[in-house]
Design a protein around this ligand. Sequence first.
Ligand SMILES: [Zn+2]
Length: 289
Amino acid sequence: MTLHHRDVINLCGLLVVVLALALSAPLLQAQAGKVEVLWLGNATFKITTPGGKVIVIDPYLKGNPKTPADYKDFAKLGKVDLILITHGHGDHVGTANRTDGGSDAADLAKLTGAKVFGPAGLIQSLIDIGWLSNEQGVRFGKGGKVQPLGPQITITQVRAEHSSELTVTDPATKKTTTHVGGEPAGFIIQMENGFKLYHMGDTGIFGDMKLIGEYYKPDLILMPIGGHFVMDPQDAAYATKEWLKPKFVIPMHYGTTPVLKGTPQEYVAALGQTTVKVFAINPGDRLEF
Ligand SMILES: [Zn+2]
């Protein structure tokens, strides 16, 4: 089945929580006019826009302990029109847990021919290392708006409170080399129908989330809640209620490793009484909006 936002069960008339257990395979193809969101674990998402464009964000698949086995084969993703990377860490560029010294982002770009957009410093390092060509890697900066999929889809890079080293491991010697990774970022994707999806990247809480909420008015936020490297459930709940005020949230970046111990249940409890719909889904699950 496919889950539509109008199908969720309203618990207590106030808080709507869809637990992953409620979702089951078989999954439908994206229908025209809907935004389809497929979570592949950690911060990795495949987004299909209402017009059928496919965007993969932070591809971390081969070494990702939460990615369903099917998607370790990149061909299973189908066509990919654009790859976005929020920052240089291994669980976002897809170097983590790979023993061959490669990167999922680079491999997916090669396989699909999709351009890779991201923070200027990170993309430059990916080009310098030889993982992306000058044509395929496109640098842009926070506040910048780009339209690589045509004039109906606008992607804005926004602030994230984090760091962004890019560490490469030599597969033979296991020696690591760390490159500059630019500034960490989040992305707001405005779709053909006006729907705005905000992938926050990895971030701690920061006051300009209020500005982002007021100015960009995101409909759906993919929000890190795991703690340690990012917001914990309490921080995320405060930012959601006080500043960002979206219609929908999909919690992410929790449970991938033991230190990312925040849970959607803690996030929902911290939110308390709210009209925000929280979708606590499992890797491999799809939602339509
Ligand atoms: Zn990170």
